[in-house]
Design a binder for this molecule. Structure first.
Ligand code: NAP
Length: 306
């Protein structure tokens, strides 16, 4: 069993990491580090530095804080010789993730930049089905109610918090897994609430390496039905990945899939990387978001109040 510490006990740590670690045959939760929260039955520390000092036997840490503070925490954990699981996005900038990858290489520890949506039950079957098809177009629709999913998360509206790209990057993580070649951004439009520093809505026009058009629409103002859909049109039918990658239909016919197991699969992958002394740091979804911030047209929209 790999002794692991969990850092940043917020929504995702409680909803997914704690249950996944508890059910894992590979990991044993040794301690948590969070300023305002603790988990039952394990040692709790107010911050990562205190946890690293008090738990020398710990072999790995999972970092679940907002992306703006992840680099400093990951650097400290790597310097202490720990394997590191990064929640998505792996950092606030591309350059800091590169820095982490090099530091992990030099320290001989595993760095895992996780993308949970890639472990949606339909993603690998979709990828397999697409292997011998010619893609003619892709449409991404990722529309959810920010008040329902991110209440009171100030960090998400601050620089580095990504705004609507916080969920949108999940779609881009699936897209970059489905396609064999690189994806290129051609244009983007970002809508910023007049009182916030991150977008509430965005659209992207992208292209596959074979030239097929991809449209992406991200919107946090969706009420009622929420949609996390990717539709891929091919020369041999239409594939729909729905529910964030957990439902798959081909030409309207639902495909049988195993149940959802994104976080158990992530922890199994982390254990396998540690055993194989490898890292997995794919920044391609973050690069597309960075390109949208670099080149996207910006407009101001209504102020947003939680
Ligand atoms: P959250 O509920 O705000 O939790 C993050 C926790 O990190 C906080 O509770 C806080 O705990 C700690 N933290 C440390 N430094 C912080 C700072 N400067 N500002 C705010 N909190 C700080 O956020 P979350 O939804 O769990 O998301 C965390 C990460 O997981 C994000 O990168 C997000 O994209 C990713 N993620 C979220 C979801 C989801 O459904 N929510 C799904 C997948 C991935 P203390 O105050 O106790 O230190």
């Amino acid at each position: 069993m790999i002794r692991i510490g969990l850092v940043g006990l917020g929504k995702i740590a409680r909803d997914q990491h704690l249950p996944a670690i508890a059910a894992s045959a590979d990991f044993d939760l040794a301690a948590t580090a969070s300023r305002n929260a603790c988990a039952d039955g394990v040692a709790s520390y107010g911050d990562l530095a205190a946890m690293l000092k008090a738990e020398p036997e710990m072999q790995a840490v999972a970092l679940c804080q907002p992306p703006q503070v992840r680099h400093a925490a990951a650097r400290a954990a790597i310097a202490a010789g720990k394997h590191v699981f990064l929640e998505k996005p792996p950092g606030a900038t591309l350059s800091e993730v590169e820095d982490l990858a090099q530091a992990a290489r030099q320290a001989g520890v595993t760095l895992f930049a996780s993308w949970h949506s890639r472990f949606g039950a339909g993603v690998e079957p979709a990828r397999a089905w697409l292997t011998d098809k010619a893609i003619t177009g892709i449409a991404i629709e990722w529309k959810e109610d920010v008040r329902q999913w991110h209440p009171g998360q100030d960090w998400i509206w601050q620089p580095g918090g990504l705004g609507v790209f916080d969920p949108g990057i999940n779609a881009l993580s699936i897209l970059t897994r489905l396609l064999p070649g690189p994806v290129r951004l051609e244009a983007a439009h970002l809508e910023f609430p007049s009182n916030r520093e991150a977008p509430i809505a965005a659209s992207m026009a992208l292209r596959t390496s074979d030239g097929a058009p991809i449209s992406a629409a991200f919107d946090w103002r969706q009420t009622g039905r929420q949609s996390w859909n990717i539709t891929v049109t091919t020369d041999a039918g239409v594939l729909l990945l729905a529910d964030g990658g957990n439902r798959l239909a081909i030409d309207g016919i639902a495909q049988p899939l195993p149940g959802e197991a994104e976080y158990p699969s992530l922890y199994a992958q982390f254990a396998s990387l540690i055993r194989d002394r490898r890292s997995d740091v794919d920044v391609s979804p973050l690069r597309l978001v960075a390109d949208a911030f670099l080149t996207g047209r910006r407009s101001s929209t209504d102020a947003f109040h939680d």
